[in-house]
Design a protein around this ligand. Sequence first.
Ligand code: NI
Length: 155
Amino acid sequence: MALRKIVTKEDPVLRKISRKVEVFDKRLWDLLDDMKETLYKAEGAGLAAPQVGVLKRVVVIDVGDGYIELVNPEITEKSEEIQEEAEGCLSVPGEYGITRRPKWVIVKAQNREGKWVIYKGEDLKARCFCHELDHLDGTLYIDKVVRMLEPDEVE
Ligand code: NI
């Protein structure tokens, strides 16, 4: 495993559409392993492949209830109920903003072997799923933020 460099918001790679993963080989597993190490080192809740400069539909997440890997993820269902909470991004260091996200979402994704798995996320996990999946389509949370937090609002 190796740490990868996390790119920041000015990098055009964050604005591109990531490609679907077709081959579930060692190269993908190395990417996932590196992303896992990079996520924990950065103490983030989630990391998407474009953030390490790789335009593949790959996401790793750990909001504190276990580590998961999402390959080719899609939101298949979401609540009408909305949550408004603070959100940050490893590619936008030191800043936080309030976003509107569904209260819960259902995500369908492949694991590293290519097997389809269904996940449900509520609250923080729903926000994280939405945030990371947005990265795969070149969207950052700062594009849809309700308002950015002032420095004295950040704990
Ligand atoms: Ni992010």
